[in-house]
Write a new protein. Sequence first.
Lengths: 169, 129
Amino acid sequence: MKLDLTRLREVHPLLPESTAAELVHRAALALQRRHRPGVEFTATVDGVVTTGSITWTECAPTDADQLDRHRVTEDGAEAVALSLVHAERGWTVRRRLQRGEHADWLLRDDRQGLVALEISGTDDGDDAVRMQEKLAQVLRNDDVMQRAACVVRFREPRATLKLVPEAFR
Amino acid sequence: MSIPDLYPRLTEAIVHAERLEDEGRAADARAAYVYVSMLEEEVARELAASDPEGALARRGAVRAALKAQLFVRAAELAARYVVEVEAAQRSAAELRAMEQEARVAFEAQVPPDVRVVSTARYRIRDDAA
């Protein structure tokens, strides 16, 4: 698995160019706190661990000076998570969901099924606890058949993607 | 405007409005949510109430109008969408009833007196005998 953040817009054609550029820029800043492009990246998708690499275009570290650190982490996590779900599941963005819909993004799988995805990011916090919170949140979305949560941790870096089992519907 | 045209605009508008909200720029956020509500309404026009994406857009149009503090608009949209949703539910209920009726009728069907032969031997002639 090789995640190339510079291809985010290409793999999600309905993602606006400005939004994609902003998310990728924030991801670069969050990753560059400790890493260089091409760093090893671990993804755990429904319990299956895969190791690969993640790459991006380097940006000036001073760009982060004007931005809220928490915002950079959260937005950066969105870029990484959207890149991961496309690489691992073939999901593509339909639209952003408003707050209150219990998910951040509405996506479509390769069989035209809809997926509600909740994303969260942390720099070096407890991603397992965060995952439980996000799964509980997305569980409340009952519009679509598939619901999932993705938590990105930038320290390693790594990401975990979990689907809500159908039994919870 | 088609959905592939509307969705990127909508995503951009939601991200922008939420950012303003997070920055505490209440007046700017309210203005941004007016645009979100209008775009959600456009999406709702394109998609049926029974479509999950159509349902999301209807809720989104009302939700954004509330955030924009356009309470009359929110109430009017909500009232209109309730009618559409109820009509879709009625339609679904009628279809379910018709499905049930068809199944019952099929089960109760009297076996035909005439034996049906899957391959018949005959020839179609163009001219009358």
